[in-house]
Design a protein around this ligand. Structure first.
Ligand code: CTP
Ligand code: MG
Length: 213
């Protein structure tokens, strides 16, 4: 297959604090993970999901066990596909439109490495001991989201180098840009926010009603 969607869903959701893996939490009756799968599967050739140990899905998607960190989970996902391009998307971002997926797919074939991102809209400050350190030039900053898409060889190479150096990153674009490639920023969507805290969950629960209409 040319395009595989890889979905890291093996996190524990510590900051959400519900005592169950975050990807299995429901919004308006559907789990974050089911939402991610349903958004992606019509637009890719293959879907591979990484789950927490001891969990499995009824659906006919390929499933593997995740690792101890997100990076480890993605490394495992990369080994579970032979697709030429991979589109990596966190289950924790349930509001993914076909439009964003198409935008990402449309660019990765040429660029080899792309991420959804949004130009920053808040004032940004570098903190120092809980105080205002110095202002960051907002006009040059973007907030990075997922999906992130890569030629599989490129991101695999970046992961191998990171493993060698013991370098940990919060996302794959960070690894790609450090080790392997220029990463193109593709316009994301504010609805792609990550469900991380109970406040995010409250927002997501309310927004799911609108999204699902
Ligand atoms: N993830 C994963 N494997 C891990 C850690 C995280 O697949 N070992 C996934 C999560 O399931 C999530 C995405 O990576 O879809 C982004 O991670 P995050 O928002 O940090 O989720 P959790 O790690 O579950 O949350 P927390 O850090 O609060 O425990
Ligand atoms: Mg985490």
């Amino acid at each position: 297959p040319r395009f595989a969607a890889l979905i890291p869903a093996a996190g524990s959701g510590t900051r959400l604090g519900f005592g169950v893996p975050k990807a299995l939490v429901e919004l308006n009756g559907r789990t974050l993970l089911d939402r991610a799968i349903d958004n992606l599967s019509p637009l890719v050739d293959e879907v591979v999901v990484a789950l927490p140990a001891g969990h499995s899905l009824d659906q006919g998607v390929k499933q593997i066990e995740g690792g101890a960190t997100r990076q480890d989970t993605v490394f495992r996902l990369l080994q579970a596909t032979e697709a030429e391009f991979v589109l990596i998307h966190d289950a924790a971002r349930p509001f993914l439109s076909a439009k964003v997926i198409e935008r990402i797919k449309g660019r990765v074939v040429q660029s080899g490495a792309v991420t959804a991102a949004l130009p920053a809209t808040d004032t940004l400050v570098h903190a120092s001991g809980g105080f205002w350190g110095y202002l960051v030039d907002r006009s040059k900053t973007w907030a990075v989201q997922t999906p992130q898409a890569f030629r599989r060889n490129t991101i695999l190479d970046a992961h191998l180098k990171a493993l060698q150096e013991g370098f940990d990153a919060t996302d794959d674009a960070g690894l790609a840009s450090r080790y392997a490639s220029n990463v193109e920023l593709v316009l994301g969507d504010s609805r792609l926010f990550k469900v991380t805290t109970p406040a995010d969950f409250e927002l997501a629960t309310a927004f799911a009603q609108i999204w699902d209409q």
